[in-house]
Design a protein around this ligand. Structure first.
Ligand SMILES: [Zn+2]
Length: 338
């Protein structure tokens, strides 16, 4: 089969790789229906994370089950399945507590920009749809496997409640999905922080009521202006930089909550400041598996359309162009078709 391999920053190649095989009785092999490039894939692409030895890339997928190991009974060949970027047995104590992305047997998916993928712990990781969905739903279901699940987690961690005010820091795919999540959870006012016209438009379509274009302390001042001087009930931090985290913490009201879902890079918190702010803070890799059933239903019922975050579609062999387009901000998120 063929798939994407990163050799060095800015150097992703589409290469011939060994076909994945069932290694454990809990594995499944899927034929990729769609995959994509994630904002977090840009960290190594930009040289901000070491790439190390050449290795496959990608952690988002929807596909058709090809083969299952002897202990996998929940899915069968031919079914269309959605999973998560983190595998989970869905039975351990952390899974039962709803934190499947911290499963005691967790593995992070890392080779999904390829024609076939091995899924460890397939029984607990994969959710099959009742029938093979119309192709038009595939991008939305792919979004559910990562960015929509993560946006949902951001809103959950930030405790967005009906009638509340939510701020979304970050207008990438996760931030935009965070707007969808805040709307679904009943936020009355959703303030999206964005300075890109096309992303502002999509944020509004997803339910944003206000747009703030300023950043840093100026952005915080605008949020305070819009929230009676105190800040928002909930803030969804969907970037992962020090500036975004600072902006998020300063935009929440005393007693408010920040959900941080951007993988932190050089983020340091000041204990004194956090102490006196009265702001609650929770983040981490999204427990996507917990949300899969309701989010799959949301997509298939047409209630949410997170597939709209994909604004570039490429054949899988042009995966490197997907990275370039996202790096240069010509695309929010690149969809790849094997
Ligand atoms: Zn587990």
């Amino acid at each position: 089969m063929r798939g994407a391999v990163i050799h060095a920053p800015g150097d992703v190649r589409f290469e011939t790789l060994d076909d994945p095989k069932i290694l454990e009785p809990t594995d499944a092999i899927i034929r990729t229906a769609l995959t994509c490039v994630c904002g977090s894939d840009l960290w190594p692409w930009r040289g901000l994370e070491p790439t190390g030895e050449a290795h496959p890339m990608g952690h988002e997928y929807v596909g058709f089950v090809e083969e299952v190991g002897s202990e996998v009974t929940s899915v069968r060949p031919g079914q269309f399945v959605v999973g998560s970027f983190a595998t989970s047995d869905n039975t351990c104590a952390n899974c039962r507590n709803g934190f499947q992305s911290n499963c005691l047997h967790r593995e992070f998916m890392s080779s999904c920009q390829a024609e076939y993928v091995r899924i460890p712990h397939a029984q607990g990781t994969l959710v099959a749809t009742a029938t093979v969905p119309d192709e038009g739903y595939w991008p939305g279901l792919l979004a559910v496997s990562d960015v929509m699940g993560t946006g949902w987690w951001a809103a959950d961690a930030a405790e967005v409640k009906p009638g509340s005010t939510a701020v979304v820091v970050g207008d990438g795919a996760v931030g935009l999905c965070g707007v969808i999540a805040a709307k679904e959870r009943g936020a009355e006012r959703i303030i999206a922080m964005s300075r890109h016209a096309s992303r502002q438009k999509l944020a509004r379509e997803f339910g944003a009521t206000d747009i703030v274009t300023e950043r840093g302390e100026e952005g915080v001042a605008r949020i305070k202006d819009l929230t009676g001087g105190i800040g928002a009930d909930s803030v969804l931090e969907c970037v992962g930089t020090a500036q975004a985290m600072r902006q998020a913490l300063h935009s929440a009201r005393p007693g408010g909550n920040v959900g941080f879902v951007g993988v932190p890079h050089e983020v340091a918190l000041d204990g004194q400041e956090l102490f006196f702010s009265h702001v609650g803070l929770r983040g981490g890799p999204a427990p996507v598996r917990r949300y899969l059933p309701e989010l799959i239903d949301g997509v298939l019922s047409g209630r949410i359309e997170p597939g709209k975050v994909f604004d570039l579609t490429l054949p899988l062999e042009q995966v490197a162009e997907g990275y370039r387009a996202m790096d240069e901000r010509r695309a929010v998120k690149a969809l790849l078709r094997p």
